[in-house]
Design a protein around this ligand. Structure first.
Ligand code: GUN
Ligand code: ZN
Length: 431
């Protein structure tokens, strides 16, 4: 469908990482965003761009609102939507008590579709327009998810979980069946509209060497697919992984040995790494998914920002629901900031908004398509109301800088701040 949109409001986006490029934050107090056929036509100052507004197109004026690119959540489990906020003493008991029984239900395609719809509605309401998503071990769970995300024309990444040991029988595939299903799903969905496939070994402890080997072969054969897994999240999990793969130099090295480190590989958590691991992530173009709400909730640990920066690893931010406790990337920034503080680091709000938009796109190697308002990019964007709640309105009356404005949004904001979400130029939320 052809759409021509002109929106007048403040505009925020990034052209690079503001940590290293101070001019990379672009702010237009009185801005104009022009969209045609789902793509960005122009973004900049209203006064400079108003001559480009096509005849017959009415400008939607949104005073005191901020337009920015949609958020990118680089690691989240849609099947865990119904078990968010489940109490357990740490990762491994939480997986046993809640996660595995919940994921069992996704053998039923109808159930999977219903949860996928709710999940995608939540993401849209929170302003998240792209996510790298875990499905379950069942093919049906991937078909259901992609059917729903394709119907909404959302740029989404997911994959069938590979898991052939150390889990209940009802969630187990085999090395061969897992690889076969993965290949079928890649052929069915990867590059189908805006849908992209991720080869998804759950984590090393639940895969045999044979399964990881076949996953590595698929990753090489289908080089433009994604890879996603968990690594070095929790101390008990690390010890378990090391005991199962005694020949590996480190937990991360298990994946490296099977050819699972490359561009478009997303490693969630990465708390208990060493410098050699971080260097390998950077060398191979693999990226880290920071999951602050999940890591605090499950008591997994605090991410080391300084070490990651020293190694020049690509970072992205993620909710990791259901280990994470919110679908909101603003709430996730709130906890990211505090995790950084606990490590002696100060994370400016501009850095957090970068990580949640263009940084995520770069980590996923999708920055040629999404992440900012460069001309020709896909028009996934959100409209924020910085005074959406009484407290936000009150606090916003005392702002000294744009950085403070963004910081207040990150600390006090959530889905209530997200007034509209557009997917490829079409209004998705509210409908
Ligand atoms: N490690 C293996 N599976 C999972 C999962 O579902 N959530 C989290 N947070 N960690 C994991
Ligand atoms: Zn996870």
């Amino acid at each position: 469908m052809t759409t021509t949109l002109a929106l007048r409001a403040s505009i925020l986006h990034f052209s690079a990482n503001p940590q290293y490029h101070p001019d990379a934050l672009h702010w237009h107090t009185d801005g104009l965003l022009l969209v045609n056929e789902g793509k960005i036509v122009a973004a900049g100052d209203y006064t400079q761009l108003q001559a480009q507004i096509p005849a017959g197109v009415e400008v939607q004026h949104l005073p005191d609102r901020i337009i920015m690119p949609g958020f990118i959540d680089s690691h989240v489990h849609y099947p865990q939507t119904d078990m968010i906020a489940s109490p357990a003493p740490g990762l491994l008991p939480w997986l046993e008590q809640y996660t595995f029984p919940t994921e069992r239900q996704f053998e039923d395609g109808e159930h999977a579709s219903e949860v996928a719809r709710f999940f995608l509605d939540q993401l849209s309401a929170c302003g998240t327009t792209t996510a790298m998503v875990y499905s379950t071990v069942h093919q049906e769970s991937v078909d259901a998810f992609f059917t729903e995300s394709a119907a909404r024309n959302m740029r989404m990444v997911t994959g069938k979980v590979l898991m052939d040991r150390h889990c209940p029988e009802f969630l187990r595939d085999t090395a061969e069946s897992g690889a076969q299903d993965t290949e079928t799903l890649i052929q069915r969905w990867h590059g189908n509209g805006r849908q992209l496939y991720a080869i998804t070994p759950r984590f090393a402890p639940t895969s045999t060497t044979q399964q990881l080997g076949l996953a590595g072969e698929l990753a090489q054969q289908y080089h433009d697919t994604f890879i996603q897994t968990h690594v070095a999240e929790n101390k008990e999990e690390c010890a378990w992984a090391r005991s199962l793969f005694p020949n590996a130099r480190s937990y991360l090295d298990i994946y490296d040995q099977f050819g699972l480190m490359r561009e478009r590989a997303m490693y969630a958590h990465c708390i208990w790494l060493d410098d050699t691991d971080r260097a390998r992530l950077a060398e191979t173009g693999s990226a880290i998914s920071l999951c602050p709400t999940s890591n605090l909730f499950l008591g997994s640990g605090l991410f080391d920002f300084d070490a990651a920066d020293a190694a020049k690893v690509q970072l992205s931010v993620a909710t990791d629901v259901g280990g994470g406790t919110s679908f909101s990337m603003l709430q996730t920034m709130n906890e990211l900031y505090k995790v950084a503080r606990m490590g002696g680091r100060y994370l400016p709000a501009s850095q957090m908004f970068y990580l949640a938009t263009l940084g995520g796109a770069k980590a996923m190697q999708l920055d040629h398509l999404i992440g900012n308002f460069s001309v020709g990019k896909e028009a996934d964007f959100i409209v924020l109301n910085p005074k959406a709640t009484p407290l936000l309105a009150r606090r916003s009356a005392h702002l000294n800088s744009l950085e403070e404005q963004l910081f207040v949004l990150a600390m006090l904001g959530d889905d209530r701040v997200v007034e509209r979400t557009y997917i490829a130029g079409e209004l998705r939320s509210p409908l």
